[in-house]
Design a protein. Sequence first.
Length: 155
Amino acid sequence: MGVVPRLLAMMKIILTLALLLLSAVATAQDDPDWPSLSYLKHDYRSSAVVAYVRVTEAEVVNRIPGLEDWRVVCEVVEPFKGKFRKGEKLVYYHGAEAGFRKDLFLGEKIVFLQRNYHEKDKQWVYAAIENSTLPYNEVRVRKLRTIRAASAAKH
């Protein structure tokens, strides 16, 4: 077998595994009890901002082969960590594989954001932590309230 056919075969295997992983993550996100409290604590600690938000706008602002950078505009419904308050507008960026539909970004979400310096524009921006944005549900919000209370008790 030549180099090119071997490379194509490996690419097919990698793509198949990636699709299986994505479908497993999508299925897990439909489980109202997922993620676990410890998983949420990890993302909470890694974030500058954690909030339950209502996303009203989403648009692709940059593309590279296979990836898109989305600019997302939302209203904070309930803040858990960071400087934002209920009712405030929040803009953040979300990297995603090319081909995601806009409607997947819209609606009620729980977001975990890091603050990053955007060298090109010479400004600080918020960006979603990879694989951390979750659809809203009351179980997840209850867990985040528990985490927020425990964090406040430590400080």
